[in-house]
Ligand binder design. Structure first.
Ligand code: MG
Length: 202
């Protein structure tokens, strides 16, 4: 399986990092070894002093597809969940300043904790609240209505380049409120009232 992620998909987050609103989706990949499941502890890597959480709605692909039209994209996923796109912000800034790809800053081991998945049936995917509590305090609050590129348009876009296969996961971008995590922090993620993530930073 592969993990495809979109960057800069919420205007308020683009502003907090002083980036420009993109003309087309900003896409990167994380390797399979980035995944953490079952609320496993996240261990801070030694190469960074500034690891940020980015809470994101994630989508699990349920059918193989290539060149998927946006109007049919909804047929290619049945479940969604929450993920954290952990980012070594110090390393990412260095790579960005040199015009280099972000993979080392975003694809390292454990950089993609994912929750269990819940059926999308019955959810309004265009108007979904999601939240991150950091040590019992709300740190990120998003709503999917604020996405620049919808889930279906992301699927249409990325499937022009990458064949999507069953089990692939798409990270759909983070709203504002990203911040540094420290050893001992507890992260809890919610879609609406459903608590889907609850793990510690070590
Ligand atoms: Mg992200």
């Amino acid at each position: 399986m592969k993990i495809i992620a979109i960057g800069r998909n919420y205007v308020d987050h683009i502003k907090e990092l002083n980036n420009d609103v993109p003309d087309s989706p900003v896409i990167f990949n994380k390797p399979e070894t980035a995944i953490l499941k079952d609320n496993a502890d996240f261990y801070l890597p030694g190469f960074s002093h500034d690891i940020h959480h980015e809470l994101e709605i994630i989508v699990k692909i349920s059918k193989i597809g290539k060149n998927i039209e946006e109007k049919f994209a909804h047929k290619y996923y049945d479940e969604i969940g929450l993920g954290i796109d952990f980012t070594a912000r110090d390393l990412q800034s260095e790579l960005k300043s040199k015009g280099l790809p972000w993979e080392l800053a975003k694809g390292f081991d454990g950089s993609a904790p994912i929750s269990k998945f819940i059926p999308k049936a019955g959810l309004d995917l265009q108007n979904l609240d999601f939240n991150l509590l950091l040590n019992d305090k709300t740190q990120q609050s998003g709503n999917t209505s604020l996405m620049i590129y919808s889930i279906d348009s992301i699927i249409a876009y990325v499937s022009k380049y990458f064949t999507l296969k069953v089990g692939d996961i798409i990270f759909t971008g983070t709203p504002k409120g990203v911040s540094k995590v420290n050893a001992g922090d507890r992260l809890e993620g919610f879609i609406g009232e459903h608590k889907l993530l609850d793990f510690y930073v070590k």
